[in-house]
Design a protein around this ligand. Structure first.
Ligand code: URA
Length: 433
């Protein structure tokens, strides 16, 4: 087989066979096929797509390019959840303890943030001493005993994705549905859970700009799930504005804690309840959405969800006092109030811009090697639909440096106002699967 023929075939819009996809992934991981040829194939896939069978085969080849976790030592149904990423998305930190408190087992492997999107591992590491590098045995034991663990992916999991993602990043081929679907699903399947809930985000702060494109991506991933006989469901949710109020690592941990105590922002709480109710049904711990919601509300009310977070932080070596007293989490030197310059109803709140501004404060990375400052970020005080008067605080900016003039200008540009009342945008567009 010659790789040039495979490129030629995809260039002519034909479907690749399992053998050809094996030759591709195996050769690329072993280093016998060079980046320049793989770049050409990726671009051909970007333009000409892949059918469902091809996408599932690509995912399978990627999945078996490395280790696959065996979670059979954990009793019960193992539930996983994945978000395609966004601004202010601290869902795993609240959702995993909530569903674990209801009896689900959550063996979660999370990622780090890059660009305007944050990553769960960076957020969790705002907690002093919190270890995300548990070994396999520690991970399995912890999930078995307390019901949840959040760790980073091991290097041996899906090496094909590590190489391919880095290449896609520099060849303008990230935004392709079959490539995103096989990348995400190969990692989720390698993580070994029985069920997967996908939170596929759309909007300007997300990979998919429209709800329709997000649905297409979700359907592709659900089809891959069927190929592997896994219960995969998806929520299509908006990332047109940040999720919740807090953007930035320690600030998001604080908001996740508040949410576990029933004191979180309404939109973020609703997303957790919706996601949690799907996960509990997937785990056969509830028969209906209303039953699952009642279970989740109960563990929030009786403190069991919060206790699960404490148990997880303790088990992973984190400073539990910071969870019990969130005011002791890392704090920036100053909190600046950014005040409204006009009256009106908030019409839009640009997530991408706000995520980028938080990154510039030090809450995110521009390049992989950048260090995160856990203390900094933005806490929004006004979101879509809110009425604002001149001088009202739009947001509290936690920073270790004075705010530059351009930064402030960009912050104001992230908001648009209207003289007429604006309805709040709906957060969850659809559930699929
Ligand atoms: N997240 C992933 O893990 N892979 C992609 O290709 C895009 C988003």
């Amino acid at each position: 087989m010659r790789f040039v023929d495979i490129i030629e075939k995809k260039k002519e819009k034909a479907s690749l066979t399992k053998e050809e996809l094996h030759f591709f992934i195996d050769g690329y991981v072993k280093g016998t096929i060079p980046d320049y040829q793989v770049s050409a194939l990726l671009m051909a896939i970007y333009f000409n797509g892949m059918d469902a069978q091809e996408t599932a085969c690509l995912c399978e080849e990627m999945l078996y390019s490395g280790d696959v976790m065996d979670l059979s030592a954990i009793s019960g149904v193992k539930c996983d959840k994945h978000s395609t990423g966004g601004v202010g998305d601290k869902t795993s930190l609240s959702l995993a303890p909530m569903v674990a408190a209801c009896g689900a087992k959550v063996a979660k492997m999370s990622g780090r943030g890059l660009g305007h999107t944050g990553g769960t591992l960076d957020k969790a590491e705002s907690i002093e001493g919190f270890r995300v590098d548990l070994n396999e045995q520690e991970f399995l034991e912890q999930v078995n005993t307390i019901g949840l663990a959040i760790i980073g992916q091991t290097q041996r999991l899906v090496p094909a994705d590590k190489k391919l993602y880095a290449l896609r990043d520099v060849t303008a081929t990230v935004n392709s549905i079959p490539l995103i679907a096989s990348s995400i699903m190969s990692k989720k399947l390698a993580a070994g859970s029985d069920t997967i809930l996908l939170d596929v985000k759309y909007g300007e702060g997300a990979f998919m700009e429209t709800a329709q494109k997000a649905e297409e991506l979700a359907e592709t991933m659900i089809a891959i799930g069927k190929h592997f006989h896994k219960d995969v469901r998806a929520m299509i949710s908006s990332m047109n504005q940040p999720l919740g109020n807090a953007i930035g690592n320690a600030l998001e941990v604080k908001e996740a804690i508040a949410t576990l105590k029933g004191e979180g922002p309404q939109d973020f709480t609703e997303l957790c309840l919706k996601a949690g109710s799907i996960m509990l049904q997937q785990a056969h711990l509830a028969n209906s959405e209303s039953q699952a919601r009642a279970m989740l509300m109960e563990v929030i009310k009786n403190g069991k969800a919060f206790e699960k977070l404490i148990a997880m932080v303790q088990a992973q070596g984190g400073n539990v006092e910071q969870i019990k007293h969130p005011e002791t989490l890392p704090k920036a030197k100053a909190i600046f109030e950014v005040k409204a310059l006009c009256d009106g109803y908030v019409k839009e709140l640009h997530a991408l811009q706000l995520g980028t501004l938080a990154m510039q404060l030090g809450a995110g990375r521009m390049v992989k090697e950048d260090r995160i400052d856990p203390s900094v970020g933005i806490v929004l005080n006004k979101k879509d639909g809110d009425y604002v008067q001149t001088g009202d605080v739009l947001a509290y900016v936690h920073s270790n440096h004075p705010l530059a003039k351009q930064w402030l200008q960009d912050f104001y540009d992230a908001y648009t106002f209207s003289a007429v009342p604006q309805a709040k945008q709906s957060l969850i567009h659809k559930v699929l699967g």
